[in-house]
Design a protein. Structure first.
Length: 565
């Protein structure tokens, strides 16, 4: 057995330290991704001790990007993408231009060349796929109108960066770097070929992929093998992403996104999303670790003002640009703020551009460190922006209602309007799966007021059609229990199968309403103990209830026979 195993060491070291620092960050009431970034810094080349393989970490992180974009595609149909083109295309292009000019202005003030300023500005203009999607998924915003706009915006940014990565080497001579200078004709030819490849990729996916991808999964599903189905999902995500890059020259992320989006039209899309979720989470963690590995912390001491200026362009300048653009299209302030917060960070394309700039002799190592420092600090700040946005939610709701009355802003029709909810002595039902559905039917039959919290948008649509009020989102997310008026509720029914999430929901609910009577479900004695520890008054074990019912039937039958004798 060889002792030199950089791949295993990188994966194990990254995940173990990410777990330790992520748990510590969570204990300190900070986002776990802060811990993941710190773990990357610890295993990076700029700190003492164990040093992981940065090249391998970057490739592992790319797998995370592929799986994450595939998962987003599963929840994002072609119809959704086309529905936001009117805002996503001009908005993203304008925001990229403004952010690039701000970055170039900062580079000009620092005395850098035009080529260095251009790459620096482009690096600050493009948001991180992983950070944006993680933020949207945690807050259950992907299926909302504002989430669709943010993702559409992201796709446009990705396409622009693909073009930039092709054109910059061709222009490096003109920009002052190494490489030959192409004529105007050759440059136009290169641009036309790149655009042609992107168009050809989209056409192939829409014509052939739409038939091939669902057909493959349906055949595998018919075998009844869960292992084969999971493997098929991963093969489709990774295979189409890699094929898109090698054949058409588009990014891994774009190829995986289109594969998932086409699969979303299949009835198996929900199962595919469920099977790929664990790996998506694991590799997303490795992405944040890989970002931390690239960062040289000494830049914070060597050039603190330059770092702050870079962060200002990313978090303030770019966000304000996006805010003004979205408002200019007459969208509500809440939507504009969500888009602005989503884009207030940079990530993987920024690192690729920085690496390309150094290889072409256009960018200095100081500029690269500023980009990385800006990326890490903006990623750390980004969750705080969403927390602030969550606290502004009641005020934004009132403001949007006033704007709607005077016709001052377009209505965000993709976001579900707030239902009329019970206010006092009601039941809050978390989860609308098989158990939740039966509980809701029983409550409705007995005319008991209740509110459902469910994170699958399809289930919420069913509830809206049937009548009972429902809130779309994760019950463990900030503000969800407040929205269900948990402080004045009488009962909480926790019908979700995830015992860890159920424990969090129960604990938070009891902090808001100590008199609440909590009833939960479990699958084992260990889960019963866990839920009772977090405050559940009654925990129902399915198998035990079935056994009790069966024995009760036997005893009732025996009693009847005894009475007959």
């Amino acid at each position: 057995m060889p002792h030199h195993t950089p791949l295993i060491a990188t994966i194990v070291g990254g995940l173990v330290l990410a777990f330790i620092f992520g748990a510590l960050a969570n204990r300190l009431r900070m986002p776990p991704l802060v811990g993941y970034l710190v773990a990357g810094i610890c295993v990076g080349p700029f700190t003492p001790g164990f040093v992981a393989d940065a090249g391998l970490a970057q490739e592992l992180a790319e797998i995370g990007v592929i799986l994450l974009m595939f998962g987003v595609g599963l929840h994002f149909s072609l119809k959704d993408l086309l529905s936001v083109k009117a805002i996503a295309i001009p908005g993203a292009l304008a925001q990229i231009a403004i952010a690039t000019l701000m970055g170039m202005g900062l580079s000009w003030a620092l005395g850098w060349s035009f080529g260095a300023g251009l790459i620096f500005g482009l690096s600050l203009s493009v948001a991180s796929t992983v950070v944006l999607l993680t933020a949207l998924q945690e807050r259950r915003l992907i299926e909302t109108r504002r989430g669709q706009i943010a993702i559409g915006w992201l796709i446009v940014e990705d396409i622009v960066m693909v073009l930039a990565l092709v054109l910059i080497p061709a222009l490096s001579g003109v920009l002052g770097g190494s490489g030959e200078t192409l004529s105007t004709g050759a440059l136009l030819t290169t641009l036309a070929i790149t655009l042609g490849k992107v168009i050809a990729f989209v056409a192939v996916m829409l014509v052939f992929g739409r038939r091939l991808i669902p057909w493959i999964l349906e055949r595998i599903a018919d075998t009844g093998s869960r292992e084969l189905f999971r493997l098929a999902v991963l093969a489709i995500a990774l295979g189409f992403a890699l094929g898109a890059t090698y054949i058409f020259g588009v990014s891994f992320a774009l190829g995986a996104f289109f594969a998932g989006m086409i699969l979303s039209e299949s009835e198996l899309s929900h199962r595919a999303a469920e099977e790929s979720l664990p790996l998506r989470d694991a590799f997303a963690v490795l992405f944040f670790v890989s970002v931390g590995m690239l960062f040289d912390p000494s830049i914070l001491i060597r050039e603190p003002l330059m770092v702050l200026a870079t962060v200002f362009v990313i978090v303030i300048g770019k966000s304000l640009a996006a805010l003004v653009i979205v408002r200019g299209f007459k969208y509500p302030l809440g939507t504009a703020l969500t888009i602005a917060a989503s884009l207030a960070q940079i990530g993987e394309f920024s690192f690729i551009l920085a690496t390309l700039g150094i290889s072409l002799g256009l960018l200095s190592t100081t500029a690269r460190d500023l980009i990385l420092g800006g990326a890490i600090l903006s990623i750390l700040i980004n969750p705080l922006l969403f927390v602030a946005l969550e606290r502004l939610k009641p005020w934004l709701a009132r403001r949007e209602q006033e704007e709607a009355q005077v016709g001052g802003a377009a209505q965000d029709h993709g976001d579900r309007p707030e239902p009329s909810l019970p206010q006092h002595s009601h039941t809050v039902l978390v989860g609308f799966g098989r158990v939740g559905h039966l509980a809701a039917d029983a409550l409705r039959l007995r005319n008991q007021p209740f509110i459902v919290i469910e994170h699958h948008v399809d289930a919420v649509e069913v509830l809206s059609d049937e009548g009972p009020p429902a809130i779309y989102g994760n019950a463990a997310a900030p503000g969800m229990l407040d929205a269900a008026h948990i402080a004045s509720a009488r009962y909480l029914l926790v019908a979700i199968p995830d015992v860890l999430e159920a424990g969090q929901v129960i604990e938070h609910a009891l902090k808001l309403n100590p008199k609440l009577h909590v009833i939960a479900r479990a699958y084992s004695a260990a889960e019963i103990a866990h839920l009772e520890k977090h405050g559940a008054a009654d925990v129902i074990l399915g198998e035990q209830e079935i056994a009790n019912c069966m024995v009760a039937k036997v005893l009732a039958g025996a009693s009847h026979q005894g009475a007959g004798h």
